[in-house]
Design a protein around this ligand. Structure first.
Ligand SMILES: Cc1cc2nc3c(=O)[nH]c(=O)nc-3n(C[C@H](O)[C@H](O)[C@H](O)COP(=O)(O)O)c2cc1C
Length: 201
């Protein structure tokens, strides 16, 4: 009887250990960052460090791209005059008077070829933005995808800015992120919709 009890216990322990290590594998830092990243819409005015910016931009460059072609281009803007120009251009398209970038001290713009030239361009650019938002969270920053970059850079003023950034001709705006230290804890994620994924075996 005693021996049986010991065996049951040992079996339980080994089951628990396997179970625990599985949980650990499924809950590593990367997965936690992916789950916990939220859009931040209120930023401190203090600028982020160059090291943090570098980490975010580098994560963007490691996003997968169609055929490994690395089609997108990333431009991080911290210049006050250019930020003011981007705010005005975006707000005009949105038809608002406020700041569509929520006063973030850094704006990161992603450009890519026009889809007529490179069919993967929007997918590529979107993954770059996704990588950067997740990396931002991982290094303690807040970020939010800010849209309307396509329209902004489809104007003469936008094309002029792209030249000023030293980009090749013929690109389009994919999207941008507002980046900075969060000034407010974002709300927890909404519950994921039912049947969001299914497994077909
Ligand atoms: C393609 C795209 C465009 C978005 N555009 C904006 C935007 O212009 N302004 C904004 O505040 N948030 C924008 N967002 C952020 C979403 O509103 C946000 O990701 C969504 O509400 C889910 O919240 P979460 O990021 O905290 O999970 C955009 C997100 C995506 C993916």
């Amino acid at each position: 009887m005693f021996l049986l009890a010991v065996l049951v216990n040992v079996t339980n322990i080994s089951y628990l250990c396997t179970h625990k290590s599985n949980i650990e594998i499924m809950d590593n830092e990367v997965l936690r960052a992916l789950r916990e990243r939220r859009s931040v819409r209120k930023f401190k005015q203090e600028q982020i460090t160059d090291e943090q910016l570098q980490a975010v931009l580098e994560a963007g460059t490691y996003a997968p791209t169609g055929m490994g072609y690395q089609d997108p281009w990333i431009v991080a803007v911290q210049n006050a005059d250019i930020i003011a120009q981007l705010v005005r251009m975006n707000a005009e398209i949105m038809g608002i008077k406020g700041n569509p970038y929520y006063d973030a001290p850094t704006i990161v713009l992603v450009f890519a070829s026009r889809p007529e030239k490179w069919a993967n361009s929007i997918y590529d650019g979107t993954l770059v933005l996704g990588n950067m938002m997740n990396a931002a969270h991982a290094v303690g920053l807040g970020s939010c995808w800010i849209h309307r970059e396509r329209e902004m850079f489809d104007t003469e003023e936008g094309r002029q800015l792209m030249r000023q950034f030293g980009l090749p001709e013929g690109l389009m705006g994919i999207g941008s992120i507002a980046l900075g230290y969060p000034a407010k804890e974002p709300l927890p994620a909404k519950a994921r919709k039912e049947n969001y994924y299914r497994v077909v075996k």
